[in-house]
Ligand binder design. Structure first.
Ligand code: MTE
Ligand code: MO
Length: 171
């Protein structure tokens, strides 16, 4: 009887809080593993990110229903990927347009960008792997967060980026 009651309470709790399913606290990162379909799998720490050309953006976006504005400084996601070399098949027409990049936070949060949207010859979106927000290092948001200046909401602004992986999405 008591056990049934406990089970019912647990079920009720699960239903009430199911919109938080999967939400985790993110360990603070100090480096990003860049891998998948790249020539040279590489770990990027702050100094390695800083060695790439600097990109900045002032961005206004909606986070949890509130409009927020920040300036971000970092390296272009495209430049990070170029520095490790994206593997493409020269015999496949525009093979780069079949690729996506999976960005994973240290809490397991994941989002996708397509290479077509960040390739300067195609979408050219200035997606940034940002190590500064409003002129300061990110602190509890880790070594870097991703910033997608064209996005209206902050869902793809992954903080505590732990992994960036190139994948072929065409099969
Ligand atoms: N690692 C990680 N990054 C994340 C999230 C998350 O759950 N985990 N949530 C995203 C969502 S839904 C939003 S709206 C923004 C909010 O970021 P900010 O409040 O720091 O601007 O962070 C994004 N980055
Ligand atoms: Mo959000």
């Amino acid at each position: 009887m008591i056990r049934n009651f406990a089970a019912a309470l647990l079920l009720l709790g699960t239903l009430l809080f199911s919109d938080l399913a999967g939400a985790q606290t993110a360990p603070v990162t100090t480096q990003i593993r860049v891998g998948g379909q790249v020539i040279q799998k590489t770990d990027f720490d702050l100094s390695k990110l800083k060695s790439l050309p600097v990109a900045t953006a002032n961005v206004t976006y909606i986070a949890a229903g509130a409009t927020t504005s920040h300036s971000f400084t970092g390296a272009l996601l495209w430049d990070v990927l170029q520095s490790v070399g994206v593997i493409t098949d020269q015999t496949v027409k525009n093979d780069i347009l079949r690729k996506v990049v999976v960005v994973t936070g240290s809490d397991g949060y994941k989002v996708i960008f397509s290479l077509g949207e960040i390739d300067p010859f195609f979408g050219g979106n200035q997606v940034i792997v940002a190590y500064k927000q409003d002129g300061q290092l990110l602190g509890t948001d880790g070594v870097a967060r991703v910033v997608a200046p064209g996005d209206k909401a902050g869902g793809r602004f992954v903080s505590n980026v732990a992994k960036i992986a190139v994948r072929d999405a065409s099969q």
